[in-house]
Ligand binder design. Structure first.
Ligand code: C2E
Ligand code: MG
Ligand code: MG
Length: 627
């Protein structure tokens, strides 16, 4: 019997042991007994499940504590943080990591919106994408932005977030994470910096310059402004690099970069394109006069003496300028035109500025073609030698000849040296040309000698470049040997200016030639600045008075005085004198009167092809020369 039922029955004085108890009561008690038993079962079940739930609950909250602790310690370890915003996008929560990453106390941001924090910055397109996500209440990933911290240093952050929805599925705010990416950003910017700047001079390099030029052109177009490009090439860089070594060359470039950068840092962008080529980009460029003044300023700065390896050097530069929109509409044509202008500046004698013009372009094009033609012509025997006689004034006899080069250009006919010598000098063709002349003259002399005539000495012109090579002496020796000529058959005409570049060295080279028995004349005498001291030491045998003095004879008092002085000086130094460019009888008799030894000029004989000169050698007397 269920104890509770037994107690109830006891209270009302009933006992099932009482035999007088009616059967109906017994049945009732049995039913109640049954109900009590069932209810007990239920309660037990209930109690059991209650115990189970509370155990479960206990376990869950323990898990939660563990994962909270885990998250907490992870957050405190990383530079990342968690944030939450309400439906108005006001911060409701920001974890500690934020302080570490930004130096900003998160508490100061609670209740405020991100948009109200004015200092954050990102590329426009990124900002637009981000805003579109926010407006649409969509999730966003890795939105990067930067700001300056209280020390003024840049910091870069990256955030991701997703919307929070309430039980009814309504937008209730955002929740997300943020991380500090300053280090990564700075190192990738550093790498980018390295790829955009020249490591030697720290100036922008070609790549960066091209980017800046494109941007500047877009601005100039939009605002209707002029823009100028100035190409600068240093005239003596190669010399310094070759003679003082690369370290000195590098030093020179660094000094130039500092000078130009210093002059132009407010006005223009200076970049190094490579080698000794610098370029200056002038935005909002003024008129021609203003640009001219600016480029003159640059030249003056470049030309300031520079100390390298303990010695002062005077470097000069050549500048070519092109202007948008006059000389080109896009970067490639402006660059090409500034470059072409620079080449012409160089050709015009260094240390000069040249502005691009279409006439200039035409000439540059022409020169370019001529250069290619000449290269071909030298290798394919398009050059020819003409010979001009020299006569003795005392005897009227043929005493020598000068070999003068001509170029039988396939389209333009026979060209005089004036049309191509300067170009050959500028483009490095003068040495091969000089070698050709040496060989051709020797071959011609041998041919004439073999024909049995009395061949007088032949002079050839040696350019300053050729004279400066280390090979000239050997080349002369080899040519003489090859054509079996005595050294006296040849005479070298060296210009005053070629000798005065480096008089000490000139003297050494001349001594070597002299020892071989080769004679040397100083050409164009009077036009340079030979010092008498050197003149005395040079082992030359002859001075050639330049045509420019002879043309004034006999009426120009100054020319007459100079000519007489040169003759007197030559006499006292034991040198012979040749007057060049004698064009008439008056000049001839004046020169005879003052005791000049030899003459050369149209009046006594023009330069002529070899065959005609051959005939002349058979008639070696100048009729009426000794008037
Ligand atoms: P240069 O060495 O002073 O040669 C004399 C120049 O004067 C020649 O000019 C000759 O034709 C010219 N001439 C001679 N007599 C007279 C005259 O009476 N009146 C006038 N007006 N001119 C006269 P060209 O042949 O045109 O040569 C010019 C210059 O080109 C030469 O001056 C020389 O510096 C250079 N040159 C010529 N051939 C060579 C060469 O083979 N190698 C090098 N490096 N230079 C050369
Ligand atoms: Mg000459
Ligand atoms: Mg001359």
């Amino acid at each position: 019997m269920h104890p509770l039922l037994l107690e109830q029955l006891g209270r009302v004085g009933l006992s099932l042991d009482d035999p007088s108890l009616p059967a109906s009561w017994r049945a009732l008690v049995a039913v109640v007994q049954d109900a009590y038993a069932r209810s007990d079962e239920h309660r037990k079940d209930l109690e059991q499940s209650c115990r189970a739930s509370s155990r479960e609950l206990e376990r869950c909250s323990q898990d939660l504590r563990i994962s909270q602790a885990r998250l907490g310690s992870l957050l405190s370890l990383s530079s990342d943080w968690i944030w939450e915003q309400d439906a108005d996008l006001r911060y409701t929560y920001i974890s500690e990591g934020f302080q570490l990453a930004t130096g900003i106390d998160p508490a100061t941001l609670l209740g405020r919106q991100r948009a109200s924090l004015s200092s954050f910055d990102a590329p426009e397109s990124e900002k637009r994408k981000f805003q579109a996500c926010i407006d649409a209440r969509r999730a966003f990933r890795n939105f990067g932005y930067g700001f300056l911290d209280e020390d003024g240093l840049p910091r870069f952050l990256r955030i991701s977030g997703e919307p929070i929805l309430d039980a009814q599925g309504r937008f209730a705010g955002y929740r997300g994470v943020g991380s500090n990416v300053t280090e990564t950003m700075l190192s990738s910017r550093q790498a980018e910096r390295l790829s955009r700047y020249d490591s030697l001079t720290a100036l922008p390099n070609r790549k960066m310059f091209r980017d800046e030029l494109d941007r500047a052109l877009a601005r100039a177009r939009q605002q209707g402004q002029r823009l100028a490009l100035c190409f600068i090439d240093l005239d003596h860089f190669k010399y310094i690099n070759d003679n003082l070594g690369h370290a000195a060359g590098d030093e020179l470039l660094k000094i130039m970069a500092r000078r130009l950068g210093g002059l132009l840092w407010l006005k223009a962008l200076v970049a190094r394109l490579g080698g000794d080529e610098f370029v200056v980009l002038v935005e909002n460029a003024g008129d021609h006069a203003e640009l001219e003044a600016l480029t003159r300023e640059m030249l003056a700065l470049i030309g300031e003496p520079m100390r390298l390896e303990g010695r002062d050097y005077g470097i000069s530069g050549s500048i070519g300028v092109s202007v948008f929109p006059d000389d080109g509409d896009d970067a490639p044509s402006l660059l090409r035109h500034a470059d072409a202008a620079m080449y012409l500046a160089k050709e015009q004698g260094k240390n000069s500025v040249q502005f691009y013009t279409t006439e200039l372009a035409r000439r540059a094009e022409e020169q370019f073609k001529l250069e290619a033609d000449l290269r071909w012509g030298i290798d394919h025997d398009e050059l020819v030698l003409h010979f001009q006689p020299k006569y003795s004034l005392a005897s009227g006899r043929l005493t020598g000849m000068e070999a003068l080069v001509r170029w039988a250009h396939p389209e333009r006919g026979l060209l005089a040296p004036g049309a191509f010598i300067a170009l050959a000098e500028e483009r490095g063709l003068i040495v091969p040309l000089g070698r050709w002349v040496l060989g051709a003259a020797c071959r011609q002399l041998r041919e004439w000698m073999n024909a049995g005539v009395d061949v007088p000495r032949c002079a050839i012109n040696v350019s300053a470049h050729h004279f400066a090579t280390d090979t000239l002496v050997d080349e002369v020796r080899t040519a003489l040997e090859q054509w079996q000529l005595p050294a006296e058959a040849l005479e070298l005409e060296l210009t005053e200016s070629a000798l005065m570049v480096d008089p000490e060295r000139a003297n050494t080279v001349m001594q070597q030639l002299d020892a071989m028995g080769v004679l040397m004349a100083i050409d164009d005498f009077g036009t340079g600045y030979s010092s008498l001291a050197y003149l005395k030491r040079f082992p030359a045998h002859c001075l050639k008075i330049d045509r420019s003095f002879v043309s004034g004879l006999p009426h120009n008092a100054e020319d007459s005085a100079i000519t007489q002085a040169v003759v007197a000086m030559a006499d006292s130094l034991g040198l012979s004198v040749v007057a060049e460019g004698v064009e008439n009888a008056e000049q001839l008799s004046f020169l005879a009167r003052i005791g000049c030894h030899e003459v050369q000029g149209y009046h006594v004989g023009r330069p002529m092809p070899a065959a005609r000169f051959f005939a002349l050698m058979e008639q070696p007397l100048l009729v009426g020369a000794t008037a």
